[in-house]
Design a protein around this ligand. Structure first.
Ligand SMILES: [Zn+2]
Length: 348
C-alpha cells in the first residue's frame, strides 16, 4: 500500500512526484504512448494495484484512489495494445516478448480481487500475482490503515462522532482532534486506533462480519486453482523502516511460514508501503534464510535499485490518472532523475 498519506521523507518524495505529474500531464497527454514506449528503461514492467470497486469502500477510500471496474478495464485495454501481459514464470525467466512485458500485481488481499478483479482478468486471460498479509486472511482482524480510513469515513458521515472525537483526550501532543491526525497514526501507535474506535463506538469486528474486507482461505484456494499467484506482503502490513532489523526479519519469516503451510509462492515478497530506508543487511539476511526467494518488490515507480534482486514496481493508483498517463509521466520522471543521477535507489 504505497499510499498518498505516508510518513516523513517518503511523503515528501511522493508529493514531489505528484506535483511533477500535475505539471507534466497536460503536456504528456498531447502525445501518443507510441512515442514514449521506445524510452522504457526495462524490457519488463511490474504494475501494482490494490483494489477495483464501483462501491464506496469506507475502509480504503481515505488511503488511495481506487479504480472502478470500467476504469480498470480501460487500463487493461490500453496495456493490451502496448504491452504483452506475462505470467510469473515468464517474469522470472525474463521471457523475450515482441512487445514490452508487463506483470500485474495486487497488494493487501482485498476481497474485491475475488468478486471484481479476477472475473475481469479471467475473461481477458491475464495473470496477476497478489501480495497478501496472512494476519488478515479470513477477516480475523482489520489492517491498521483500513481501521484509520473506516474511522475517518464514519466521522465524516456522522456529526455526533465529530463532537465525540473532540472529547477524546488521549491523542498525544503531536496530534489534533481531526481526521488528518487519525490518518497520521503510525504502525507503532496503531493501538490508538482501537482506543479511538472504542471511544466512538465503532466496532471493527462487526464491520468485518457485515463487509468481508479481505480474501478468505477458500477464495484463495479457488483463485490459486484459477491460475493466480499469492505471495507475501509481510505478516501484518508494518512500515518496515519503523521496525528493527530483527523485527523486519520476524515479520517476513512469519508470512513465509504461512506461504509454506498453504502452498502459496515463496519466491517473491512485496514490501508493505515502501522499501524506503531498508538496508542491505535485511536483503542479505532474508535471501540467505529463504533459498527459494528470488525477488523482492518495492513500489517506487520507474527506478533502479542498488540491491539487484529488489525490483521497483509502478504504483497505478495515483490521483485520477489512467495507466497510460501514469506510464508516460513515469518515463519522463525517470529521465529527469537520470539527468541528475537520482534514478537509482542506493542502499547502505
Ligand atoms: Zn500494502
Amino acid at each position: 500500500m504505497p499510499e498518498i498519506i505516508i510518513f516523513g521523507k517518503v511523503f515528501f518524495l511522493m508529493s514531489f512526484k505528484t506535483r511533477f505529474f500535475r505539471i507534466i500531464n497536460p503536456i504528456s497527454k498531447c502525445f501518443s504512448f507510441g512515442g514514449f514506449s521506445g524510452f522504457l528503461p526495462a524490457g519488463q514492467l511490474v504494475l501494482v494495484y490494490h483494489l477495483v470497486s464501483d462501491e464506496d469502500v469506507k475502509h480504503a477510500k481515505h488511503l488511495f484512489p481506487y479504480r472502478s471496474a470500467a476504469q480498470f478495464e480501460k487500463d487493461l485495454d490500453f496495456l493490451s495494445k502496448n504491452f504483452e501481459f506475462i505470467n510469473w514464470e515468464d517474469y522470472l525467466s525474463r521471457k523475450k516478448t515482441s512487445r514490452p512485458g508487463i506483470l500485474l500485481t495486487f497488494d493487501d488481499g482485498y476481497s474485491e480481487f475475488s468478486d471484481v478483479i479476477a472475473p475481469i482478468l479471467l475473461r481477458k486471460g491475464i495473470f496477476a500475482i497478489h501480495y497478501i498479509n496472512p494476519k488478515f486472511i479470513d477477516n480475523k482482524d482489520m489492517m491498521w490503515r483500513n481501521k484509520a480510513s473506516l474511522i475517518v469515513s464514519e466521522i465524516i458521515e456522522n456529526e455526533s462522532l465529530q463532537r465525540k472525537l473532540i472529547q477524546y483526550t488521549d491523542f498525544g501532543n503531536d496530534l489534533n482532534h481531526d481526521t488528518n491526525s487519525i490518518l497520521k497514526i503510525n504502525y507503532q501507535n496503531r493501538k490508538k486506533l482501537d482506543d479511538i474506535a472504542i471511544h466512538l463506538e465503532i466496532d471493527f469486528d462487526n464491520y468485518l462480519l457485515k463487509n468481508p474486507v479481505y480474501l478468505t482461505t477458500s477464495q484463495l484456494n479457488r483463485l490459486k486453482t484459477d491460475g493466480f499467484g499469492f505471495a507475501s506482503h509481510g505478516w501484518d502490513h508494518p512500515l518496515y523502516n519503523q521496525l528493527s532489523l530483527a523485527g523486519q526479519l520476524e515479520n517476513t519469516q512469519k508470512s513465509f511460514d504461512y506461504m509454506q503451510e498453504h502452498q502459496f509462492l515463496k519466491d517473491s515478497f512485496a514490501f508493505p508501503f515502501t522499501d524506503h530506508l531498508i538496508k542491505n543487511d535485511f536483503f542479505d539476511s532474508v535471501f540467505r534464510q529463504n533459498p527459494d526467494l528470488k525477488v523482492t518488490f518495492g513500489a517506487a515507480g520507474l527506478k533502479q535499485d542498488s540491491y539487484p534482486k529488489n525490483i521497483q514496481r509502478i504504483p497505478i493508483e495515483i490521483g485520477t490518472y489512467s495507466a497510460e498517463a501514469i506510464l508516460k509521466n513515469e518515463i519522463i520522471y525517470y529521465y529527469l532523475l537520470k539527468s541528475v543521477n537520482k534514478n537509482t535507489i542506493n542502499r547502505s
